[in-house]
Design a protein around this ligand. Sequence first.
Ligand SMILES: [Zn+2]
Length: 197
Amino acid sequence: MAQDELQKLINLIARLPGIGNKSAQRIALYLIKNKQDLMIPLSESIELTAASIKKCNTCGILDTQEPCKICSNPDRLSSIVCIVEDMADVWAFERSGFFKGHYHVVGGLLSAAKGFSEQDLKLNKIKERIEKNNVKEIILALSATIEGQTTALVIKDFFESLEIKITQLAYGVPIGSEIHYLDDNTLGAALESRKNF
Ligand SMILES: [Zn+2]
């Protein structure tokens, strides 16, 4: 019985992204060795988070409160909405501390292979927000991949008829990098999005 539970734990850990069976065994052993100060708090934290986590009804951010902390923060600008693919992108923006507006998490990028269609973007929900909160600008912050750019174009087309500014993150030279190390596409994009100096 005990062996079965351990095997079950290893099998579950192995289902996490980027974790193979060997790593799962190592993690399970590590947890067992650190039962009091890691394994038990971790299991409690997973249980509590599973019970309380939800998607904000307005913006799609994962939070334990509804509306989420960003939607309900009076210091954030509701007139600027940054459209991102998932929660990890929100965390990246929040880590940088540069963005003070609201978000809209679309939850995926258009892809026939992954079965993610235009309906899944729930653009009508963003439209509702634009009208309700008097949104002045939408920032498209989607990946610089074919799927990301296709999705950005579809979103741009959808909102083109509205009186609203639609912007996209600039692509270009990463801070601290040297020009001769850039790949051709990045260099081309940087040249295209050059600005007055
Ligand atoms: Zn929210």
